[in-house]
Write a protein that binds this ligand. Structure first.
Ligand code: ADP
Ligand code: MG
Length: 269
């Protein structure tokens, strides 16, 4: 039986992931990329997933995004339960948007910014499309003069702003961010991170933010799951990371590397 408290809690949960296993390959080649991953993300929270290359971060996000694969477990996003092998419904694909690491690969090379932003809105039956395109471009700091440019006429940072605008025009409740600034120069990286913080502050969007960089995660997120070789080894508050209060040796290793590279920014409330 469900207590009132847990019912109230569940209405505040954006993402629930319990015992998620994800596999690649077949037969003798089959291998497990995510092993019994469990975590919950509250509505409006910015939740980080950090881990080295190959630890299963992108694989995890792909299941949550509804890009299917070979998986099992208990996955629920905004009250919609994911079923392996069944494409998520249209509403799920509207409310849950993903931003990829490589903004060049994720934009169609022969489509203008305008087409890139308006196509998904048309598919989902939005009205006032032109107005929404212009206001999304303004929100991401590009302005309407960028409307009819092609991806090759944009810098890496501008392309990532377009990718963010394309997600935001759909008014998502959950943004899945897969290393959204890793492909950018350090100075541009800070600008795009600031833009994402503004988006969260203004729109209250739930973030699931993946990065190999503990400094970025501690700056952007309130809680963090640490992944190693497909396993979530611990979940921490970002404040514990900045205070050095981490239990698992792998997190200590990430923290030591991070301090060696640069001092941690203070956690932003
Ligand atoms: P991360 O995003 O943390 O770098 P990934 O989720 O991309 O890690 O990869 C996790 C593991 O799954 C790695 O061992 C990787 O080699 C493997 N993997 C990822 N994508 C595929 C794929 N399409 N086919 C086979 N193995 C894959
Ligand atoms: Mg990845």
């Amino acid at each position: 039986m469900r207590s009132e408290t847990s019912a109230a809690d569940s209405s505040q949960t954006a993402i629930r992931c319990h015992g998620l296993d994800v596999f690649y390959g077949h037969g003798a080649q089959r291998h497990q990329a995510v092993k019994q991953a469990s975590f919950e993300v509250r509505k409006g929270e910015s939740f980080g997933v950090v881990g080295g290359s190959g630890s299963g971060k992108s694989t995890l996000l792909r299941v949550l995004a509804g890009l299917d694969g070979d998986w099992q477990g208990d996955v629920e996003v905004l009250g919609h339960r994911r079923v392996a092998g069944v494409a998520p419904q249209r509403e799920y694909r509207l409310k849950v948007q993903m931003i990829f690491q490589d903004p060049f690969g994720s934009l169609h090379p022969r489509h203008t910014v305008d087409r890139c932003l308006s196509e998904a809105m048309r598919f989902h039956g939005f009205d006032r499309i032109e107005q929404r395109v212009v206001s999304a471009l303004e929100r991401v700091g590009l302005g309407k003069s960028f409307r009819f440019r092609f991806p090759h006429q944009l810098s890496g940072g501008q392309r990532q702003r377009v990718a963010i605008a394309r997600a935001l025009v759909l008014e998502p409740e959950v943004l899945l961010l897969d290393e959204p600034t890793s492909a950018l120069d350090a100075s541009i990286q800070a600008e795009v991170l600031n833009l994402l913080m503004e988006v969260r502050r203004d729109l209250g969007t739930t973030f699931l933010f993946v990065s190999h960089d503990l400094g970025v995660i501690a700056h952007m997120c309130e809680r963090v799951a640490v992944m190693r070789q497909g396993v979530v080894v611990e979940t921490l508050a970002a404040a514990q990371i900045t205070a050095g209060q981490v239990a698992h040796p792998y997190t200590r290793e990430l923290l030591a590397n991070c301090y060696a590279a640069q001092p941690l920014d203070p956690v932003v409330a």
